[in-house]
Design a protein around this ligand. Structure first.
Ligand code: 2RA
Length: 337
C-alpha cells in the first residue's frame, strides 16, 4: 500500500515513520511530503533513503492513505485536495476535529464508526487520546457523570524548538530562540496553547469538547487545567472521575488491566506507578495510583501517562490506518492508480 506522510520532516512526522516501520505496516511505497523548503531533503525508512516531495507530486502519486502532521492551515488547505483524489487523509492537526461531518477517532474507543466514505479522519489531541482510552471501559461499566483533569505535559508536545529551549536553558546557551513566554526548565507553565475569552486555554477546551465527541456522549461533564512541565517522555494526567454507579477498586483494576491499549502499573507499595520516563517510546497508555476519592460518593482518582508523540499522535494515526486496511475501507493502490 502506498502511504504518504505529510510533514515527514517534523517531530511527529519522524515518529510516524518510526511507528509505521516498527508496527510493520504494509507500506509498498513511502511518499514523504513537506513544504517547499524541505522538498528534496532525505528521510530514512526501513534503512532506505526517501526524497521528500511536494504536495502536488504526492497527490499525483495517488497513495491510498496520507497521514498529515503539518499544522492546521496546511490541513485545511490540502486535505480536501487529497480526499478529492480518493486518498484517505488521517489528520493530526486540530483543523477537522470538531467538524460535525468528520470522525474524531481513537481506535480503542470508536473506530467502529468508520466507513469507506470517511475521506478525512481527525486524530485527536494528545492529552485527550490517553484519557479517553482509560475512560471508555469505566464509562461502559459505571457511567461517568463528571471528569476533573489536570495535566503535566511534555515539551515535546510543542515541538522540536521547545525541546531545544529546555536543553538550552539547562546548558546556559543564550543563542537558542525561546518558544515559551517564560523559562521552562525548573518551572511549570499553567498555559498550553492560547487563552480564550472564558479564561481557559484552547488545550483545556480541546479536552472538554473532544472527550464528548469521541465518547459519543455529551452528558459527560469535563473540566481541565493543562500544564507544561520540563519533561520529555510523555504527558501525565491526574484524573478525578465521578460515576453514576458505585464501583469496587479491584474491579476497576481488573477492567483496566484487560482494556485494549491500557497497561496497569498500580503497585504503590513497590513504588510502581506510571511515569514519563518509563512510558517514553511505548505505544500503550499506562494507568496507576487508582484510589477512591474519599470526599464524595462514586468517585475515583487515578494517574494516566502516555508518550504524547506515540499514542498521543503517531501511534494513534497509524492504528487508524491499520483499522482502515483491516476492514477494507481505503482505495487500494491499484484502485486509485
Ligand atoms: C501539546 N497538545 O502538548 C499539544 C500537542 N498537540 O502542546
Amino acid at each position: 500500500m502506498k502511504i504518504a506522510v505529510v510533514g515527514a520532516t517534523g517531530l511527529v512526522g519522524g515518529e510516524m515513520l518510526k511507528v509505521l516501520e516498527e508496527r510493520n505496516f504494509p507500506v509498498t511505497e513511502l511518499i514523504p511530503v513537506a513544504s517547499e523548503r524541505s522538498v528534496g531533503k532525505q528521510v530514512t525508512f526501513k534503512g532506505k533513503q526517501f526524497t521528500v516531495v511536494s504536495f502536488e507530486d504526492a497527490i499525483a502519486a495517488k497513495p491510498a492513505i496520507a497521514i498529515f502532521s503539518a499544522g492546521g492551515g496546511t490541513s485545511l488547505a490540502l486535505a480536501p485536495k487529497f480526499a478529492e483524489a480518493g486518498i484517505t487523509v488521517i489528520d493530526n492537526s486540530s483543523a477537522w476535529r470538531m467538524d460535525p461531518t468528520k470522525k474524531l477517532v481513537v481506535p480503542e474507543v470508536n473506530a467502529d464508526t468508520l466507513t469507506a466514505e470517511d475521506k478525512i479522519i481527525a486524530n485527536p489531541n494528545c492529552s485527550t487520546i490517553q484519557m479517553v482510552v482509560v475512560l471508555k471501559p469505566l464509562h461502559e461499566q459505571y457511567k461517568i457523570k463528571r471528569v476533573v483533569v489536570s495535566t503535566y505535559q511534555s515539551v515535546t508536545g510543542t515541538g522540536k524548538a521547545a525541546v531545544d529551549q529546555l536543553y538550552a536553558e539547562r546548558t546556559g546557551d543564550e543563542s537558542v530562540a525561546k518558544v515559551y513566554p517564560h523559562p521552562i526548565d525548573l518551572n511549570v507553565l499553567p498555559h498550553i496553547d492560547v487563552f480564550l475569552d472564558n479564561g481557559y486555554t484552547k488545550e483545556e477546551m480541546k479536552m472538554v469538547k473532544e472527550t464528548n465527541k469521541i465518547m459519543g456522549d455529551d452528558s459527560i461533564r469535563v473540566t481541565a487545567t493543562t500544564v507544561r512541565i520540563p519533561t520529555i517522555g510523555g504527558h501525565s494526567e491526574s484524573v478525578n472521575i465521578e460515576f453514576e454507579n458505585d464501583f469496587e477498586l479491584d474491579e476497576v483494576r481488573s477492567l483496566l488491566s484487560s482494556a485494549e491499549g491500557v497497561v496497569l502499573q498500580d503497585d504503590p507499595q513497590n513504588k510502581i506507578y506510571p511515569m514519563p520516563l518509563t512510558a517514553h517510546g511505548k505505544d500503550e497508555v499506562f494507568v496507576g495510583r487508582i484510589r477512591r476519592d474519599e470526599s464524595q460518593p462514586n468517585t475515583l482518582n487515578l494517574w494516566i501517562v502516555a508518550d504524547n508523540l506515540r499514542k498521543g499522535a503517531a501511534t494513534n494515526a497509524v492504528q487508524i490506518a491499520e483499522y482502515l486496511v483491516k476492514h477494507d475501507l481505503v482505495n487500494s493502490a491499484e484502485a486509485v492508480a
